[in-house]
Design a protein around this ligand. Structure first.
Ligand code: SF4
Ligand code: SF4
Length: 247
C-alpha cells in the first residue's frame, strides 16, 4: 500500500468516482490512481486529478476548513466533508487504499460530485430557520441577553453548517420527512429565548413532515462533522422537552 517511511510516506490511492454528464444524461464510475502524501485531504486529491489527469471532473468546495459544508460527499458510503478527510485517516478508518466517491443523495446531481443544494435547502427553508418575531430586549439597549444556562441547552445545535451529511445518512424511509438538519434548525429556534413565535414552528415540527418520521437510528449523529448529537435534539423534541425548558 505504501512505500518510503515516516513523514514523507507516499501512498498510491485509487479513487472510484461516480461521474454524471447531464448533456448526455450518462452516469458511470471512473477510476483514478494517484500518489498522495499522508496529510493530503480529499479535496487535494480531487484538485490533483484536475491538474494532472482530468480537468473535466467536476466538484465544489469553498472555505476548505469545515465551515461551509459545500464539499460534502460520500466516501465509501459515509457522508463527510472532503476538506476534513486526510489520506492517512481515510486509510486507517476504512482499512483500504481504494475509495468510492459519490455525491450526496439529498438533491439532484448537476454534474459529477456537484449537487443542486438549492433544492436541498428548500426543506430547511420550510422550517423558517431564523427568528420570526423577536422578543424585546429585557434591558436597555439593542442586545438581548441570554444567560449561559439558557445558551448551554442548545448551543451545540447552533454549530450546524447545513452540510446535509446527516440528511444523506438518515434512514427515515418517509419521503416527506424534512430531514435531521431541518429539524435541528427548527429546534434551535424553539429553544432560542429570543424567539416569540413558537406556534407555527411547532406546527411543522410536530406535523406529518416532522419529528414523527424519525426512527431514532442516530445515524445523523454518527456522521455529523460538527459533532452535533442531532438525534438527541430530535429526541428532546419528540418528548416535548424543548418548550418546557424555557426559563
Ligand atoms: S447537523 Fe451536522 S451533519 Fe447535519 S447538516 Fe448540520 S453540520 Fe451537517
Ligand atoms: S435518528 Fe432520526 S433523523 Fe437521525 S438518521 Fe435516524 S431516522 Fe434520521
Amino acid at each position: 500500500m505504501s512505500r518510503e517511511n515516516p513523514q514523507t510516506q507516499v501512498f498510491m490511492i485509487n479513487l472510484k468516482i461516480r461521474r454524471f454528464d447531464p448533456d448526455e444524461n450518462r452516469s458511470w464510475i471512473q477510476k483514478y490512481t494517484l500518489e498522495a502524501s499522508r496529510i493530503m485531504r480529499f479535496v487535494d486529491l480531487l484538485r490533483k486529478i484536475n491538474d494532472e489527469q482530468d480537468p473535466t471532473l467536476a466538484w465544489v468546495s469553498s472555505c476548505e476548513h469545515g465551515q461551509c459544508g459545500t464539499c460534502s460527499m460520500k466516501v465509501n458510503g459515509k457522508p463527510l466533508l472532503a476538506c476534513e478527510l486526510l489520506v492517512e485517516n481515510a486509510i486507517y478508518y476504512f482499512r483500504t487504499d481504494t475509495f468510492y466517491i459519490e455525491p450526496l443523495n439529498v438533491a439532484p446531481v448537476i454534474r459529477d460530485l456537484i449537487v443542486d443544494f438549492t433544492k436541498a435547502y428548500d426543506r430547511v427553508d420550510q422550517v423558517k430557520p431564523y427568528i420570526i418575531k423577536p422578543v424585546l430586549p429585557r434591558s436597555e439597549g439593542d442586545e438581548f441577553p441570554i444567560t449561559p444556562q439558557e445558551l448551554e441547552r442548545y448551543v451545540n445545535a447552533t454549530r450546524c453548517i447545513n452540510c446535509f451529511c446527516c440528511a444523506a445518512a438518515c434512514i427515515s424511509s418517509h419521503e416527506t420527512f424534512l430531514g435531521p438538519n431541518a429539524m435541528l434548525n427548527s429546534i434551535v429556534r424553539v429553544m432560542d429565548p429570543r424567539e416569540q413565535e413558537k406556534e407555527q414552528r411547532l406546527k411543522i415540527l410536530y406535523g406529518y413532515q416532522g419529528v414523527c418520521r424519525c426512527h431514532s437510528s442516530r445515524a445523523c449523529s454518527f456522521v455529523c462533522p460538527k459533532e452535533i448529537d442531532v438525534a438527541h435534539f430530535i429526541a428532546l423534541a419528540k418528548e416535548g422537552r424543548i418548550t418546557k425548558l424555557k426559563s
